[in-house]
Design a protein around this ligand. Structure first.
Ligand SMILES: NC(=O)CC(=O)C(=O)O
Length: 314
């Protein structure tokens, strides 16, 4: 099953059928899209060679991060991607296939010519190179911290409209969302209640919000939901207009950091194991202690909407 809203109730049995090694590729990228894609391919191959089967790239890995850059770098994915108009789509599919990995392809700016809208979009591919799911950033990064940072993605981007669940055949299900989405616990909770073993966030926090909230949010989402949380950032480039925080990290279901990068390019790798999820849930049994009778409007993950515009899995 793919990202489709049809991803119904949580599957029976362990949420992760067998251990899987994950790699977070904290990529150094610049303004040359072709060079960024080539570099990403090299790093994905490196992660796969060391045994990772689930590889994650950062938000906006093929371009600089900034509203002025989105239109210039945007690719057309609908109705079906043309390799010339969507070189990132083609190269992500090849990276997954060439290395036989599940690939959460960070995010790329997307343009839909029929609606004339831009999105911040993550493409997820299977080891055969087929598209498994598409997530468009649901919550746009519009903030204003006077004297520190002002950013308004909504000046250029439109939001996505769905919770994205992705089934990885042989393993289980992950939830995928992008950066600012991590601040909204609802997406994470729905994904966990539908049986996700991990939440994956390509993201690019900055030097104001990163030190304050990045780790706290990863740990909070893991602690609330008792699953793994992965946040994958670009490497920091002080010559760029946006200074990414870095610190890609993987947090386990007990909210412990099991791997963390610093600010420069790195690959963070760790094995995810169902036993850790089960142990956490056995020791602290939140899942059987919830009081839906007290908060009936917070349901068990039934709030789910499939965006009819998104490309269907191939
Ligand atoms: N860049 C983002 O989308 C989010 C971010 O930097 C923050 O939430 O802080």
């Amino acid at each position: 099953m793919s990202s489709s809203a049809a991803a119904a109730a949580a599957p029976a049995g362990p949420v992760l059928k067998k251990p899987i090694k994950m790699a977070l590729v904290q990529l150094a990228s610049g303004s040359d899209k072709a060079a960024n894609l080539k570099h990403a391919a090299d790093q994905v191959a490196k992660a796969a060679a060391s045994g990772s089967k689930l590889v994650i790239l950062p938000e906006c890995f093929n371009s600089p991060y900034g509203t002025n850059f989105f239109p210039e770098y945007a690719e057309v994915l609908l109705p079906s991607p043309d390799p010339k108009a969507a070189p990132s789509y083609a190269s992500l599919s090849n990276m997954a296939k060439d290395n036989q990995v599940f690939l959460v392809g960070g995010s790329i700016p997307e343009y839909n010519p029929s609606t004339k809208k831009h999105y911040n979009t993550s493409l997820i591919f299977g080891p055969d190179g087929a598209l498994l799911a598409t997530h468009r950033k649901v919550h746009l990064f519009d903030i204003d911290i006077p004297g520190k940072i002002t950013f308004r993605e909504s000046e250029v981007l439109s939001p996505g409209n769905q919770v994205t669940l992705v089934d990885l055949p042989g393993y289980g299900r992950i939830g995928v969302a992008i950066c600012y989405d991590v601040r909204f616990p609802e997406l994470a909770t729905i994904a966990a209640r539908r049986g996700a073993f991990a939440l994956v966030y390509p993201g690019a926090f900055n030097l104001t919000t990163g030190p304050l909230h990045w780790k706290l949010l990863a740990q909070a989402r893991a602690m609330d939901n008792q699953i793994y949380v992965a946040m994958c950032s670009p490497a920091r480039d002080m010559g760029a207009t946006y200074h990414a925080y870095g610190h890609s990290m993987l947090v386990d279901p007990m909210a412990q950091v099991v791997g963390e990068a610093e600010e420069s390019e790195a690959i963070v790798e760790a094995e995810l194991d169902s036993a850790k999820i089960e142990e956490t849930r056995r020791n602290i049994p939140l899942n059987t202690q919830r009081r839906y009778d007290v908060y009936p409007d917070v349901n068990q993950g039934k709030i789910h909407f499939e965006d009819p515009e998104l490309p269907k899995p191939t």
